[in-house]
Design a protein around this ligand. Structure first.
Ligand code: DAT
Ligand code: MG
Length: 169
């Protein structure tokens, strides 16, 4: 009996933990300048993901060098840091089941020339160097990026009123 209860409990707690995966999404300076902030946020909201943190800020080159450290040897790195620090951005944390992978699907392929219609990049931009949004590529990198851009206090744990209409468990 106790074993059954424990296994039911562990099933529900692991399902709940999966629903609490987090990713780092950022609207880049071109997305802000082109007035696409609302449109991009709406895609994540309408899908059913939960907004956990959001701010509006002008990022320093130093912060962007850390954010894109993995790409520092690429020939486009200096241009990437210059573009990303050229104006304000909207960094965000979104939460939900498979949000890292699905978030990338919502954004579309890195190069908008390859992004499917219906995706954010597929519908709203043309060139890889002006692809309007960022999304973490793995759960581990999402954790690092969230910690780089947000303090613990800036991440809000809350329960949306519609949660039981988005998830069955
Ligand atoms: P993603 O943003 O889809 O995770 P990435 O991490 O490989 O892609 O690259 C980060 C950003 O760098 C990308 O959004 C746009 C820019 N970038 C990537 N490849 C590029 C290229 N070949 N020329 C110019 N910019 C590039
Ligand atoms: Mg990337």
């Amino acid at each position: 009996m106790i074993c059954t209860l424990l296994s039911i409990f562990s099933f529900f707690s692991s399902a709940m933990a999966a629903n609490r995966e987090r990713t780092f999404i950022m609207i880049k300076p071109d997305g802000v300048q082109r007035g696409l902030v609302g449109k991009i946020i709406k895609k994540f909201e309408q899908k059913g993901f939960k907004l956990v943190a959001l701010k509006f800020m002008w990022p320093s080159e130093e912060l962007l060098q850390k954010h894109y450290a993995d790409l520092s040897s690429k020939p486009f790195f200096p241009g990437l840091v210059k573009y990303m620090s050229s104006g304000p951005v909207v960094p965000m944390v979104w939460e939900g089941l498979n949000v890292v992978k699905t978030g990338r699907v919502l954004l579309g392929a890195t190069n908008p020339a390859d992004s499917a219609p219906g995706t954010i990049r597929g519908d709203l931009c043309i060139q890889v160097g002006r692809n309007i949004c960022h999304g973490s590529d793995a759960v581990e990198s999402a954790k690092k990026e969230i910690d780089l851009w947000f303090t613990e206090k800036e991440q809000i744990s809350w329960t949306p009123a519609n949660e039981s209409w988005v998830y069955e468990d």
